[in-house]
Design a protein around this ligand. Structure first.
Ligand code: ADP
Length: 423
């Protein structure tokens, strides 16, 4: 194994795995830290569900993953977080980065969530989502990790014991040697985490080349774009063009949406406007009426014979806020995740073999409920979201795990069409 990736959520794991596969690296995603042997691959991505749990738990899970990857011989470790730097002043990006750096004896690491193909760029330490500062984007209303400051140096500093510095774009644009020099200078100044600018893929390639020999990279999926070529230049990797093949499947299809991000809101609205079947899960009814979930389950299964069915909890920010005020933020999240995971299980039990899931936490809950332990990574549906293939009760099951913010308005239909569903 060349690269061991520790991803803080499931959709993030598929995103980075897709990036590596796309650049010719044989990559397997495992769900949680494997108890048995590691799969044979150039890169193994361990998908955790550590983005929003208490920091100590995130650290413990990440160190567990690190030990497993080190035991399997990983030359480099990559801590993958969200391209919108989802975190709170308590963590979990800073605490996990600290713990991994301690364990690896790393004295410098970059922090770079940039993913220009998806509109996430970092300039002078400030994260942009399209033309908006992070703090002006829909992320300011995220149910679990509202992002109200776009200055990543300021966001990261309270989360870490280390000093945070800036590796700004004018340096990055001068190439890998300039980046290495700046990292040396930051180290000499006492900084150990460098928020790194990247406004285009060329910057990601530069950062990857400059950091390929460091023990740790902390980043969104973007920097991974440059690692396979950097490893190939070092003679560690022979890129494999057929690394994205999946086994064809037939059978019904479904979509589960638990993300409340603006992109997902648009995708749900688009699906409904196109006249496809859509069933709404209402958290308050779910909390008060034990019949809500069984009734939805029955409706969803009955609708399957007519075509793909969408079950969604997706709601706009004011409704989410009102639900959270009444049920508590964590409790509302867990309640909805469990219900959606239960519905996904029922749908797969009923024969669904192509399943789109919107939402990072939601994808975590669904894959856990389905008991999937490993995913092969297939072709991309859109930047950041590949089709993947798991094995459910001995049969191949296709899953598209979409981070809330990703995908165009037609994403659900686009994904299903790519998987051979007639729509
Ligand atoms: P994203 O990828 O957009 O961040 P996630 O699935 O990671 O999506 O997070 C969304 C969270 O919001 C989940 O915990 C989900 O259960 C919760 N949620 C979904 N719908 C609602 C709702 N209507 N009210 C309150 N919470 C909700």
């Amino acid at each position: 194994m060349i690269l061991g990736v520790i991803a803080d959520d499931f959709t993030g794991a598929t995103d980075v795995a897709g990036m590596l596969v796309g650049a010719g690296m044989r990559t397997v995603q495992v769900i949680g830290v494997p108890q048995g042997p590691m799969p044979e691959a150039d890169a193994v991505v361990i998908a955790l569900k550590s983005r929003t749990c208490p920091p100590a738990e995130a650290v413990a899970q990440s160190l567990d993953a690190l030990r497993a990857l080190q035991a399997a011989g990983a030359r480099q470790i990559y801590f993958k977080y969200c391209s919108t730097f989802d975190s709170t002043p308590q963590g979990n990006i800073g605490p996990v980065a600290d713990a991994l750096m301690d364990a690896l004896g790393a004295d410098i690491a970059i922090a770079c969530p940039a993913f220009p193909d998806n509109g996430r760029t970092v300039f002078r330490g400030h994260l942009f989502v399209g033309d908006l500062l992070l703090s002006d984007s829909g992320m300011r209303d995220h149910p679990l990790t509202p992002m109200t400051d776009a200055n990543l140096v300021r966001v990261l500093q309270p989360q870490t014991r280390r000093r945070v510095g800036l590796l700004a774009q004018p340096v990055v644009s001068r190439g890998p040697e300039a980046v290495r020099e700046r990292l040396d200078a930051l180290r000499a100044e006492g900084a150990a985490l460098a928020v790194a600018d990247a406004v285009a893929n060329a910057d990601l390639l530069t950062l990857a080349e400059a950091c390929a020999d460091l023990p740790l990279i902390t980043a969104g999926s973007g920097v991974a774009l440059g690692l396979p070529p950097a490893y190939a230049r070092r003679g560690w990797l022979t890129p494999d063009a057929g690394s994205a093949q999946l086994t064809p499947v037939a059978g019904p299809a479904a979509v589960i949406a638990g993300s409340c991000s603006q992109a997902t809101q648009g995708q749900v609205a688009n699906w409904i406007a196109a006249g496809h079947t859509a069933l709404q899960l209402d958290p308050l009814t779910l909390a008060s009426n034990p019949q809500h979930l069984p009734a939805l389950r029955t409706q969803a299964l009955a609708a399957l014979s007519q075509g793909p069915v969408l079950v969604y909890a997706t709601a706009e920010a004011t409704r989410v806020k009102s639900v959270q005020d009444q049920l508590g933020t964590a409790a509302a999240g867990a309640l909805v995740e469990h219900a959606l995971a239960d519905l996904a299980q029922a749908l797969v039990q009923a024969g669904v073999r192509r399943l789109v899931v919107a939402g990072g936490e939601t994808s975590g809950a669904v894959t856990q409920a389905l008991g999937l332990s490993q995913l092969r990574i297939g072709a991309p549906i859109c930047p950041g979201v590949p089709w993947t293939q798991g094995v459910w009760q001995g049969a191949p099951l296709w899953l598209a795990l979409k981070s809330g913010n990703f995908g165009g308005p037609d994403f659900f239909a686009q994904a299903l069409r790519l998987a051979g569903v007639a729509l």
